[in-house]
Design a protein around this ligand. Sequence first.
Ligand code: AMP
Ligand code: GLY
Length: 423
Amino acid sequence: MNVLVIGGGGREHALCWKLARSPLCDSLYCAPGNAGTATVAKNLELDVGDGAAVVEACRERDVSLVVIGPEAPLVAGLADTLSTAGIAAFGPSAAAAQLEGSKSFAKEFMQRHGIPTAGAHVFDDGAALQAHVETCPIPTVVKADGLAGGKGVLICTTRDEARAAGEAMAVEGRFGDAGSRVVVEEFMEGEEATIFALVDGESVVVLQASQDHKRRFDGDAGPNTGGMGAYTPVPAVDDEVFARAVNEVLLPTARGMAADGMPYRGLLYAGLMLTAEGPHVVEYNVRFGDPECQPILLAMESDLLPLLLATAQGRLDEAEPPVFFDGATLCVVLVSGGYPGPYDKGLPIAGADAEVDENVVVFHAGTRRADDGTLLTSGGRVLGVTARGATVVQARDRAYAAARTIHWDGVDFRTDIAARAIR
Ligand code: AMP
Ligand code: GLY
């Protein structure tokens, strides 16, 4: 069958890399893709915000499955448009994608279905928000309701910070439409972990846990980013924590969405805080996490394509469960100097085209190929050097050894990915 992957980041390179290895995959396309996806798929120049254009591109190429990587086209309804056109889409409907697209929707959903999460208040009114941040318990967390590219969350450890956050949302409108509604929630303490599940409306197949590193610098210092590295499995998610996450979060979420008339089809991402009272939801995402996707797919030894197709078609109960590598995998993200602030683009990258060793895959994110074949940077997160090993230490050592052979002007990365698991 022919498959189209929508998106152009590290997640999409990992998805294309994995799908291209499937014996069921004939032609593989990616839109818009990057220099990495171009090595395993054919990149298409396509406006992925234009549903009719995506449908037409699928018809021209006899594509029968579209895997939608990022959240924006899901929230905009691309899966609905494809389904209406009779093309199988991996990814939830616009209605179900509100789990990520609206933090107040997600919060009210969890409250309605008794899914553990931080207590919260929702504000549509700036004056009420400003009054609330004067008296709420500190620390507190102030979140813009809509999609803000991971930047709409302000963790306030003092009253002054809470006041400033309230003002940024209510008065300055710093988060635009995404911040016209605001969620203020209790601060939760603990270690964070991500659990992915495939959900076809009814059936749920849970994948192994992973852990992202959102802060820019070692020791979880500095600003939030899209993610600086990830690994799997996660020692903090032992069998008991995993079972609680499945029974208290993932299964009730799938059932609750079906009961509310918005059956969830696609990849459900539960961002969890492992609190003293058990796993609590920090956020839902409605797609594979980036960079968590990279180590998870490197660790998956079985074929991904039948699972994605079965999810899209509502027959996940018939699919073979996935098999994971009996070791660890780890991804180190190489970023442009200055990221997550302003950074240069178009810098030549040396060393990324070399096949390092069979245990290492360099997934591309912000890259493009110049006309003369030179590999250039084109984004903040540029490469995800991903390795496997018998232990997390071996996976880490292999990933860092490979990362250090890659160079461009300003390249940087965290040096402590998986430190929590190794300590
Ligand atoms: P979110 O976009 O909702 O995932 O938030 C981004 C990051 O902010 C999370 O990964 C957490 O590290 C942190 N965060 C969000 N909500 C809370 C909370 N209620 N308590 C503690 N940390 C939080
Ligand atoms: N790694 C976090 C995310 O994909 O949102």
